[in-house]
Ligand binder design. Structure first.
Ligand SMILES: Nc1ncnc2c1ncn2[C@@H]1O[C@H](COP(=O)(O)OP(=O)(O)OP(=O)(O)O)[C@@H](O)[C@H]1O
Ligand SMILES: [Mg+2]
Length: 274
């Protein structure tokens, strides 16, 4: 009974502190090159991502999406502004790259175990977790193979297994499914929905697919043509847990059309610069 009717706090009790965002970018911008030849690639952008939130980022090719993610992963410094990721545990943010980013000189099992080795997870446990993720990605038979022997889709599944095996607090995903065939892409979208809904992992996910963004995202951010800024923000109106069935709803189609309206002009602007 007590749980159903919690005692109200005494008057004057301060409201609980708001939960700080897991990721916060302020005035974030990046240029490449110097002086007259400097190419503004990104921003300025301000983004806050709450713990457990799945944020999708869409935008025309070359608008600075990967640049933003590389800054978030600590691989690139901003030219201006700042980006901060707060994690409560020593578990790092994990990044999945557009071009796989797996190691050609390590076999598949060692690639998937890589993050666990860095975390000094005992070998036996690390092997078991890596094999579990290989099985979920349908790669069990390839544990001993080297990446050179794999197809593009298989390499990307290795990269996904490697990132998810460390059970990161924050996942940074740069078009992780772009190179996969439609069937596998659907299967992995379902897997990712399932996984993030169970673990409440915070995700920043880049995609060219509006459908993918609406299906997966609590929030979809649209970026302008280069230098990319956030020009629209939508919250797909679907409860969680979600399944891929929402694709068939009229709300889904309507939101896709609305997002495409915003994006279309930017894609044109990128293709035919003023
Ligand atoms: N290391 C670099 N040196 C110079 N220019 C770069 C570098 N990295 C990116 N750029 C430029 O910055 C801009 C943004 O690149 P970025 O890769 O972030 O775009 P993107 O939005 O990820 O594009 P895509 O959708 O095609 O992956 C592009 O014009 C690109 O050529
Ligand atoms: Mg990119």
């Amino acid at each position: 009974m007590g749980a159903a009717h919690p005692t109200p706090p005494p008057p004057g009790t301060p409201a609980p502190a708001p939960v700080p965002p897991k990721l916060r970018a302020r005035g974030l911008a990046r240029s490449f090159g110097r002086g007259a030849h400097a190419l503004p690639a990104l921003g300025p952008v301000d983004i806050e991502i709450a713990p457990g939130e799945f944020t999708c980022l869409v935008g025309p090719s070359g608008c600075g999406k990967s640049t933003l993610l590389r800054i978030a992963a600590g691989l690139l410094r901003p030219s201006a502004g700042e980006l901060e990721i707060r994690t409560a545990s020593p578990r790092p943010a994990a990044m999945i790259f557009q071009d796989y980013g797996i190691y050609d000189w390590k076999n598949v099992l060692a690639n998937v175990r890589f993050g666990l080795d860095i975390q000094r997870v005992p070998r036996r446990e690390a092997d078991a977790r890596a094999r579990d993720w290989l099985a979920r990605m349908g790669l069990s038979e390839f544990a001993d193979a080297y990446p050179a022997a794999l197809s593009g889709g298989m390499r990307q599944r290795v990269a996904i297994a490697r990132a998810l095996a460390v059970e990161p607090e924050m996942l940074l995903m740069d078009e992780p499914f772009a190179a996969l065939d439609a069937q596998l892409r659907t299967i992995l979208q379902d897997e990712l929905l399932d996984l993030t809904q169970t673990t409440r992992t915070t995700v920043l996910f880049i995609t060219h697919s509006l459908e993918e963004a609406i299906l997966l995202g609590d929030r979809v951010l649209v970026m302008s043509a280069r230098p990319g800024r956030i020009i629209a923000e939508h919250r797909p109106p679907f409860d969680r847990p979600r399944t891929a069935d929402i694709r068939a709803t009229t709300e889904f189609t309507a939101l896709k059309a609305e997002l495409w309206d915003v994006l279309r002009g930017e894609v044109r602007r990128e293709a035919v610069p003023a």
